[in-house]
Design a binder for this molecule. Sequence first.
Ligand SMILES: NC(=O)c1ccc[n+]([C@@H]2O[C@H](COP(=O)([O-])OP(=O)(O)OC[C@H]3O[C@@H](n4cnc5c(N)ncnc54)[C@H](OP(=O)(O)O)[C@@H]3O)[C@@H](O)[C@H]2O)c1
Length: 283
Amino acid sequence: MKPKAAKQEAAPIVEYTHRVAIVTGGTRGIGLGISQALLEKGMHVLAIYRSSREEALEAENMLAQVARKAGAELRVVQGDVGSKTEAERLVNLAGETWGRVDVLVNNAGIFDFSFLEEMTEEFFDHIIRVNLKSMVFAMQAVLPWMKRNRYGRIVNATSISGQLADVGLTAYACSKAGVNQLTRVCSGELAPYGITVNAYAPGIIHTGMTDAMIRERGDRQVKQIPAGYFGRPEDVAALVAFLCSEESAYVTGEIIGVDGGMMKVQNPGRAYEFAATREDSSK
Ligand SMILES: NC(=O)c1ccc[n+]([C@@H]2O[C@H](COP(=O)([O-])OP(=O)(O)OC[C@H]3O[C@@H](n4cnc5c(N)ncnc54)[C@H](OP(=O)(O)O)[C@@H]3O)[C@@H](O)[C@H]2O)c1
């Protein structure tokens, strides 16, 4: 006799006014945009920063106004998500404050270059710890909370570098390629608990992470982006807010690019040159 296939009914879409979300690196750059978007959706948000205290305080003031408008609550806390005990402390803080944890956005990350020949063990470990191990720790810590309600949305920050290799990025690219596989593996492991796991892969978004590069060689880099401009944190946040919502229940294991088309075509600059000739001839 054939074994019976497990039957899983689609969960009904239930709009909670106050889902509880954790956003790592939630007070700067892309993470700040995500914290804002989730608060606007009425979620209570725990935003975590590590070292940029002044920027975190500034963000807290701005986000508190957004929260007030949406009738949601905000906590901004300092912590290092690269440490397992810290990740557990921060997740439990959100759970104990609001009684549940529904959403985890593993956004925190660091970026640095080193060629293989010169790369130290310390450099490699540091990048892997913050960009990859931190996500494993936070996912393990939210699991008991999410299983309790058979509901969860986990969204991880990866990068185009997780797919397209670039020199000098052994550590960063390996960390992001690891995030891609972590996302896929865990989407399968956590599906029985009603938890989805997805990732966003930004191209070049104008934040503190990319500011120097954009100033140095932005005019060359922008020619590789079909959209014709560097992304803004809100461009990424709009996608992440969807992946954190009830409506995305049937999307899991996806690595979704937010790159203005950068990973899809070569030489998009030529389309702009051509379009300019058409505009001239239509005058
Ligand atoms: N910007 C881009 O073009 C781009 C492209 C591809 C992928 N990404 C990815 O998108 C994510 C966000 O990037 P971003 O451009 O917004 O970066 P960002 O402006 O440099 O901000 C990084 C955030 O991560 C936090 N963080 C770093 N280490 C941490 C730790 N150990 N514990 C807790 N928080 C920590 C930082 O907090 P403190 O400042 O307080 O230390 C900061 O809030 C990253 O994972 C990045 O790899 C970005």
